[in-house]
Ligand binder design. Structure first.
Ligand SMILES: [Zn+2]
Length: 110
């Protein structure tokens, strides 16, 4: 599965599985939308969490375990707000996205 989509689903968002149509067939999506709306809404619905790691942080901030998540990201394995390493903030290869997927799937351990 596409990793942006995987994280989007792990965060509790609906993903849109769509097929763009042509002059013979309408575009349609798993959410029920059809036609031009699919191109305008569904095709733009999953953020690129790799290109901007802040998108991951904004989503994780909404969670009660955000402080534990930050501790996990900065490697201190405790509760440490405001300590996200610069190399993670600036990384655009999906490092934070992939770490977050791993963490959301595996929990925080003991
Ligand atoms: Zn849709």
């Amino acid at each position: 599965m596409d990793k942006n989509r995987e994280l989007h689903e792990l965060l509790g968002h609906t993903t849109h599985i769509y097929a763009i149509g042509d002059d013979r067939e309408l575009s349609r999506c798993s959410c029920g939308l059809k036609g031009y709306a699919v191109r305008e809404i569904c095709a733009k619905s999953t953020p690129d969490y790799a290109s901007d790691p802040r998108l991951v942080l904004r989503e994780m901030m909404k969670r009660e375990d955000f402080d534990r998540f930050v501790g996990f990201v900065n490697g201190c394995n405790g509760y440490a707000l405001d300590l996200i390493p610069v190399d993670i903030i600036l990384n655009t290869t999906g490092k934070l996205r992939d770490m977050t997927i791993e963490r959301l799937k595996g929990g925080y351990g003991g």
